[in-house]
Design a protein around this ligand. Sequence first.
Ligand code: DHK
Length: 146
Amino acid sequence: MSKLIVILNGPNLNLLGQREPETYGYATLADIEADCAALSGELGLVTRFEQSNHEGALVDMIQAARGDAAGVIINPAAYTHTSVAILDALSAFDGPVIEVHLSNIHKREAFRHHSYVSARADAVIAGCGAGGYALALRHMAGLVSG
Ligand code: DHK
């Protein structure tokens, strides 16, 4: 049976394609979801792709992944820089975690340079735009193989 990878997206990422495209690109979240679904098939994985603007809802999604997912890929968006709750939920998940940012957060404002999630992430991808999700999925395939 194919392993399930949960791909989670935080606040305002539902506006991708319209929101500050010079920073976040022109791909929509639906475009990224379609690319991830196609690639996961090639990699022998299945993906569940979710987005919420609410911290508690993201915590619930991470907790749900404990039951059925082999790995979690997460772009926590603004919660990257604020959320101990998301860090704690990820710490209660046993499988690999990959943190993705569309932009290079280290090249931006100082308040974006710190990530709570990085304390748990097995890998971090930043600054590769929408393509960062495909890089994360390819790396995840290796982490969950075997
Ligand atoms: C997305 C956001 O919404 C910001 O709050 C983060 C992240 C960066 C991204 O680059 O994907 O600071």
